[in-house]
Design a protein around this ligand. Structure first.
Ligand SMILES: Nc1ncnc2c1ncn2[C@@H]1O[C@H](COP(=O)(O)OP(=O)(O)O)[C@@H](O)[C@H]1O
Ligand SMILES: [Mg+2]
Length: 270
C-alpha cells in the first residue's frame, strides 16, 4: 500500500547552511498512527511543516517528502494548496493560530466545509451549510453546536477552541491528520479529553495520524509507532511500547526517566 506520507533523507537548512533537521526518514501508512517525539527545539514542528510544504521562508528543504504520492519539496504553492486539506490537515498546539479572532466559529468552519462539498460535486445552500456546520461541531462533541457556531473564539474555552480547530481540520476529510502538540497548551483534564477525541475520530475514519509531542507517555496512549528526534536527528524508531519500555538510545532513556520522575512528583504531591 502506498504511504500517505513518506519522508526520505529530509534536511532543513538556514541560508547560512546551519542544519535544523538532518537526514530524517519515516513514513505513515493509511490508517497508521505514528508519534514524533523529542524535547523542545528538536525539530518536530519544522518536520511537520515540511510535510505539508508550509516552511518559513528562511528555511530550505532538501530530500523528498511524498504526501499522498505527490512530491512536496520544491512543489509550486498552487499544487500544494490543492493537496493540503484533502491529503493532510494540521492541528496546532495553540488553537488560536488556526482561528480568526474576528470571525464567528461557525463561519470559519463553513468555508473549508463548503469547499469540500463543492469539490465533491454538492452545493449545500445556506441552510444546508448551517446544518453541516452544526454536525461538524457535534462530531467533536461540542455541546450546543448552534450556540458555539455563533460564538467568537474568545467566547469559548481553550478546550472548546481546540475542538473547533479539530473540526476545521476534519472538515476537509483529510487522509492524514498531523497534530502538533495539540494538548500541550491545555490543562490535564482537558488534555485527556482531547486525546480521547482524537483517538476516536482517527479510528472511526481510518485516518492516518502523525502525533507530535515532547511527552512520551502521551504519545504512547495514541500512537503505534514512534520516532525520536534529538537536535534535528532521528535517534530511535520502533513500536511505541518498545521505545517506552526498552529504550535503546541514551537520549530516549533520558526522556523516559524524565517522564517517570515527573509522574512520581505529581503522585507525591497529591
Ligand atoms: N524560522 C526559523 N528560523 C530559524 N530557526 C528556526 C526557525 N524555526 C525554527 N527554528 C529553530 O529550529 C529548531 C527546531 O525548531 P522546531 O521544529 O520548532 O522544534 P520543536 O517543534 O521540536 O520544538 C529550533 O532550534 C528552533 O529555534
Ligand atoms: Mg514544536
Amino acid at each position: 500500500m502506498t504511504a500517505l506520507l513518506s519522508i526520505n533523507s529530509l534536511h532543513l537548512r538556514l541560508a547560512d547552511g546551519k542544519e535544523l533537521v538532518s537526514n530524517v526518514s519515516f513514513s505513515v501508512a493509511p490508517g497508521e498512527r505514528v508519534g514524533l517525539i523529542g524535547e523542545s527545539g528538536s525539530g518536530k514542528s519544522l518536520t511537520a511543516m515540511a510535510a505539508v510544504g508550509l516552511l518559513p521562508d528562511n528555511i530550505t528543504a532538501s530530500g523528498s517528502v511524498l504526501l499522498d504520492g505527490q512530491e512536496v519539496v520544491g512543489a509550486p504553492e498552487r499544487s500544494l494548496n490543492r493537496l493540503r486539506g484533502s491529503a493532510a490537515a494540521v492541528v496546532f498546539q495553540e488553537p488560536l493560530t488556526a482561528l480568526d479572532p474576528l470571525m464567528r466559529v461557525g463561519a470559519q468552519i463553513a468555508s473549508p466545509l463548503r469547499r469540500r462539498l463543492l469539490r465533491e460535486g454538492g452545493n449545500p445552500g445556506k441552510a444546508g451549510l448551517r446544518r453541516e456546520v452544526a454536525a461538524a461541531l457535534a462530531e467533536v462533541a461540542l455541546p450546543e453546536p448552534e450556540r458555539i457556531a455563533r460564538a467568537y473564539p474568545h467566547e469559548i474555552s481553550g478546550g472548546q477552541r481546540q475542538r473547533v480547530a479539530i473540526a476545521m481540520a476534519l472538515s476537509c476529510r483529510p487522509k492524514l491528520l498531523i497534530a502538533d502538540e495539540p494538548t500541550t497548551a491545555l490543562d490535564v483534564t482537558t488534555q485527556a479529553e482531547i486525546l480521547k477525541l482524537l483517538d476516536q475520530l482517527v479510528r472511526e475514519r481510518g485516518m492516518g495520524l502523525l502525533f507530535i509531542s515532547h511527552d512520551l507517555p502521551v504519545v504512547a496512549t495514541i500512537a503505534e509507532r514512534a520516532i525520536v528526534l534529538r537536535a534535528g536527528r532521528p535517534v530511535e524508531e520502533g513500536p511505541v511500547g518498545k521505545v517506552l519500555s526498552n529504550p535503546q538510545d541514551q537520549y530516549t532513556k533520558q526522556l523516559v526517566s524524565a517522564a517517570r520522575t515527573f509522574d512520581e512528583a505529581l503522585e507525591g504531591r497529591s
